[in-house]
Design a protein around this ligand. Sequence first.
Ligand code: CAA
Length: 385
Amino acid sequence: MTIILNEDQTLIQTMVRKFAREIVAKEAAERDQSGTFPKEIFQQMGELGLMGMLVPETYGGSGADAVSYAIALSEIAYACASTAVVMSVHNSICCESILNFGSQAQQQLWLPKMCTGTCIGAFGLTEPEAGSNPASQKTTAVRDGKYWVLNGTKQFITSGKNGGVVIVIARTDKAKAHGGISAFLVPQGTPGMTIGASENKMGLRASDTVQLIFEDCRVPEDAMLGKPGQGFKLAMTALDSGRIGVAAQSIGVAEACLDEAVAYAKTREQFGRPIGDFQGIRWYIAEMATEIEAARLMCHNAAVLKSSGQPYTMAASMAKMYASEMVNRVAGRALQIHGGYGYCKEYPVERHYRDARVFTIYEGTTEIQRLVISNGILGPIATKS
Ligand code: CAA
């Protein structure tokens, strides 16, 4: 790693690397095969301060900066991408939304237990018909005295089964577009919220991804997160931060692919010498390492902007777009270097290749990132009257 880290960031990296490689990596392949959610690992991560990294110490968090968080996420993703996605949605989407938009009472109620890793956060934005266009929310929340009544279906919800609380985005005013959308904190087990079947995914198989169905699900009025009509802004703010997280996850998986490819190239012999002696393989390795470094610089740059309170929407989208596309190229190259063995489950690159695929899709597809970046440069497309 060539990027210069400060003393705190270096300490965090050393600590998380040790934990990730000794504990998280240990049964990652088995968990991937059986689809087992690593509940106990999140409690250990809570003890290490990894489940409230951006949360101030007053609420039991680590109060770390955004670069430290990105480094930690990359280290966990190196060991197990399924564990990393849960960490990412929990920290940068859920804890941060409660910090940015929650009342003091909501922060006191949720953040301390979330920081321990015993209460994992989930984010209910996507719907069967509202993916890239979350403004077309069909889930509704209707006021009934001191309650809100939620009806609708949420799709592809990370930690929807194992999470302790879900931030649910719902339409509260049909007459308004973006301004008619609000957010709610819905505890797991609330009557009227049903957990659908787990998705049988290609990768990230140890994380749970489910549909959540809301049928006359009543939550008290103080469950609203932020003000009425602030839900879309909350979701976009959360996704800005989440996209730095996806870039960090991509870097971690890409580093794992590179290390596997290098080790294999040094030991696998063909034509009487290690395949790492051949220029074709050497050039692959050089390109992979360079692309990882570029992605890391972009990711850390977005994190520095965020930590210093500057606008970072475009930087986060650029980092997410580049890093998620990069890890797919790197994983493909790593598998190619392994030849036929890379196609078999005995070799970790097979898992990394499957895990990497979703990074260009979730938390905004590559196509959506292009839209965000081009809007940032050119301004939004003017609507013809
Ligand atoms: N921060 C704060 N506010 C923002 C914002 C941002 N980054 N982006 C937009 N807004 C605000 C705008 O300022 C505007 O506010 P006003 O109405 O007050 O003017 C409002 O939101 C609407 O903005 P747009 O007109 O730009 O909104 P749009 O409907 O055209 O959408 C979009 C823009 C970028 C395409 C957005 O819809 C988007 O990001 N889509 C992708 C959604 C996505 O990433 N989904 C992933 C699901 S979550 C997930 O995957 C998590 C998981 O479990 C792993």
